[in-house]
Design a protein around this ligand. Structure first.
Ligand code: NAI
Ligand code: MG
Length: 365
């Protein structure tokens, strides 16, 4: 069988710096676990604009459609702030998400023991936390029509429309139920069915998909405002949370920050299964290009490395190797390795991006 294929798009700012560490991790799995990927690399964002005048070339887009998974660093930076909207670095990422139809955005909130005191919540509330928010990413109020600002009489009116079709709700709920089966088999669906018809439909369709296809998974429903409250009150009651684009945007940021630094947070965006059964997939850290620390060796590579761990788990069915990599990250944190973003008020000497990579490789060994 052919090796699984990966397209690496390091992008801008600290993207290439953190991706260099991921490449070493990928090489480690090739050398030590017989897990060899066909890796290709291309440009995205400002890096692509600088060379080609576009944030993503058609060739790079076509390549992304062909490979088993895409790994992306970050895009953007002040250098590109004044560019026309149509060629802004972010457009490269949006094009990937849209053309690959990546409707299911997975954002884990996992508390690494060594960082439990880093959270703004009490130690006991977050210690051992491991939840996954599944956010619908390609529809809902961010895309619904009608939209815009117009004049009614002598005042302006702003309009956005929350719109979901049955099939859009069905496919993201399937994605959540599939995930739950690989975890603690529990899904909580969040909407506002008490005040929104789209929420009523959401609740009905999630329940129908559950009853017909996933009766073995434990399903509950919660209003999203209560969900927000519960996330900070007792987050460990959840395993997988599935919700729409808008609520998911807010709830996933909230949940993610329960656990510490932006430099720690991975994500996956999944689409429909390809011919080989693997989902269309793009993995990326949640953070941006961090221009304030670019080129200084200060970036924390863990978010990007954990994004590769998600690829192992969700694209390549390599759950054991994903556990191994996540365990290595736990290990180095427990041993006290800290990049600058993980320094607490007590201070200490931070290690560099490469030194964090070294530590993780040593832990893998
Ligand atoms: P950012 O995530 O790049 O940085 C926010 C803060 O967190 C900065 O102080 C940064 O130094 C720090 N930080 C982020 N990642 C870190 C890491 N791995 N290690 C250590 N510290 C880290 O967000 P910001 O500053 O709002 O945006 C900067 C640029 O990135 C903008 O051009 C923005 O449009 C772009 N961006 C791109 C994203 C993407 O590619 N998916 C997501 C968010 C922002
Ligand atoms: Mg957001």
């Amino acid at each position: 069988m052919a090796n699984p294929s990966l397209l690496i798009l390091p992008g801008d700012g600290i993207g290439p710096e953190v991706m260099a560490e991921v490449r070493r991790v990928i090489d480690w799995f090739g050398a030590n676990k017989g897990l060899t990927f066909d890796v290709s690399e291309d440009l995205v964002g400002g890096a692509s604009y600088d060379k080609h005048g576009t944030p993503l070339t058609d060739a790079a887009m076509a390549k992304a459609q062909e490979v088993d998974a895409v790994l992306l660093g970050a895009v953007g930076g002040p250098k590109y702030d004044d560019l026309d909207f149509s060629v802004k670095p972010e457009r490269g990422l949006l094009r990937l998400r849209k053309e690959m139809d990546l409707f299911s955005n997975l954002r884990p909130a996992q508390c690494f023991d060594a960082l439990a005191d880093f959270s703004s919540l009490k130690h006991d509330i977050v210690a051992g936390l491991d939840i996954m928010i599944v956010r619908e990413l390609t529809s809902g109020v961010y895309f619904g029509e009608p939209r815009g600002i117009h004049k009614e009489g002598n005042e302006r009116v702003g309009i956005n429309t929350q719109r979901y079709t049955e099939s859009e709700i069905a496919r993201v709920s399937r994605s959540a139920f599939e995930l739950a089966r690989k975890r603690s088999n529990k899904v909580c669906s969040m909407e506002k069915a008490n005040v929104m018809e789209s929420g009523v439909l959401w609740r009905d369709v999630v329940q129908e998909i559950h009853d017909a296809e996933y009766p073995d998974v434990e399903l509950s429903h919660m209003y999203a405002d209560n969900g927000a409250m519960q996330l900070v009150r007792a987050p460990k009651q959840f395993d997988v949370i599935v919700t729409d684009n808008l609520f998911g945007d807010i709830l996933s940021d909230c949940a993610a920050m329960l656990t510490g630094s932006l430099g720690m947070l991975p994500s996956a965006s999944l689409g429909l299964p390809m011919a080989n059964g693997r989902p269309k997939a793009l993995y990326e850290p949640v953070h941006g290009s961090a221009p304030d620390i670019t080129g200084q060796g200060k970036a924390n590579p863990i978010a990007c490395i954990l994004s590769f761990a998600m690829a192992l788990r969700y694209s390549f069915d390599e759950g054991d190797n994903a556990d191994l990599l996540e365990g290595a990250v736990q290990q180095v944190l427990a041993d006290g390795a800290r990049t600058a973003d993980l320094m607490g008020p007590e201070g200490g000497t931070p290690i560099s991006t490469t030194e964090m990579g070294d530590a993780i490789l040593a832990a893998l060994d």
